[in-house]
Unconditional design. Structure first.
Length: 379
């Protein structure tokens, strides 16, 4: 039993989509009549909050996609990054969040209901591949957008050569391709096999240790590495903006200067929430990974209660991670004046006359939404 428990710790803590460890844990709990309060709360929190996240995320990302692909914004390179992020988040919500909820959350609400669709040959491998790839793309699109804003703010002259739509498409395509190559290990090392009268999508038994190592590396790639890069670049961006503000404190703040920072503020908001929402789950992963060395002992009551408590916390932090895929629409609406205007135009259809003095235009940083009387300066 301790071996099964270790497997669940390792793989749930890295947000793996491999359902076997979660099902092993469910089977393990069947041997205990009473669950801890924290575990019950965590399961209920996950089961009932996740559908709300799904609904909000699907609607919000769809609206964001419409805005970024609108006639007046699709010519901006920054819009292409955010449109790609919306598509990636939609894919993650469908192939990862929804599928995981059907497997783990729905049975809590509908007692006795079990979804076995994902535990079939081919479906298992395709599902794992899409799930791992979409999360990797989502995380690194934020890193890429952060780097784009860093170049725009801190190295404006170099930004002239990197801000074309062609270059943006090339970067996004390269990112998707690399993510696809990295994620290929998961379907290759997975299979469908029987466990306690159930078929489960799990790792090939002879590769379990190798899969654990690769899953751990994957966890670092979508959490710690982006944390470090995003935090470092954001500090440099904020420092540059503050220095610029100090130098220009006696100058008038024009509408152009204000609008020029729209996408930079959007970036700072997205990256800050990315770190804040992922940090609790990542901290739990580090904690459990360090503690896993002591799980070789036989299971006793105290150990069982402690195990259940932290699994309840894990359910809560996992749900918080899911918020990443639904919150961006609200961040765009709060921090982006261009986004708000175009979003309103989608519903009012009266923007032509009211916005006659405005135009959205492609500039060197690809992020300008400015009055035609003002000419862009490189940010």
């Amino acid at each position: 039993m301790s071996l099964l428990r270790m497997d669940y710790f390792f793989n749930d803590n890295i947000s793996a989509s491999n359902g076997s460890y979660n099902q092993v844990y469910d089977l393990y709990l069947e041997g205990f009549a009473r669950k801890s309060v924290m575990l019950v709360f965590g399961i209920d929190f996950y089961s009932y909050v996740t559908p709300i996240i799904l609904l909000v995320g699907l609607c919000g990302n769809s609206l964001s996609l419409c805005v970024f692909f609108s006639k007046k914004m699709r010519g901006m390179s920054a819009s292409r990054y955010l449109a790609a992020l919306s598509i990636s988040d939609l894919m993650t919500l469908i192939v990862y969040v929804l599928s995981e909820w059907l497997r783990r959350g729905l049975p809590t609400i509908a007692r006795g209901y079990y979804v076995s669709f994902f535990d079939r040959p081919v479906v298992c491998q395709v599902w794992l591949y899409c799930s791992y790839m979409s999360r990797l793309v989502s995380a690194w699109l934020i890193v890429t957008f952060t780097f784009e804003r860093f170049i725009a703010v801190c190295m404006p002259l170099r930004r002239r050569n990197l801000g074309s739509l062609k270059e943006t498409h090339r970067i996004i395509t390269l990112l998707i391709g690399l993510s696809g190559v990295i994620a290929i290990y998961k379907p290759v090392t997975s299979e469908v096999r029987a466990l306690n009268n159930r078929t489960i999508c799990t790792s090939i038994e002879k590769f379990e240790y190798e899969v654990f190592i690769m899953d751990s590396v994957y966890a670092l790639i979508i959490t710690l590495v982006p944390f470090i890069i995003i935090s470092t670049l954001n500090i440099l961006i904020i420092r540059k903006l503050l220095n610029r503000k100090m130098k220009n404190k006696y100058n008038l703040v024009t509408e152009e200067n204000s609008i020029r920072l729209d996408f930079t503020f959007i970036l700072l908001a997205i990256s800050a929430f990315f770190i804040a929402l992922n940090l609790p789950f990542f901290s739990m992963w580090v904690k459990q990974s360090l503690q896993s060395r002591s799980l070789h002992s036989t299971l006793d009551h105290t150990d069982h209660v402690n195990f259940e408590y932290w699994q309840g916390v894990m359910k809560i932090t996992r749900t918080i991670v899911y918020v990443n895929y639904c919150i961006n629409f609200f961040l765009y609406s709060i921090t982006g004046a261009c986004f708000r205007r175009q979003l309103k135009a989608l519903f009012t259809r009266s923007h032509d006359s009211k916005r006659a003095s405005y135009q959205y235009k492609l500039t060197g940083n690809g992020t300008q939404c400015t009055n035609v009387k003002n000419r862009n300066t490189w940010i």
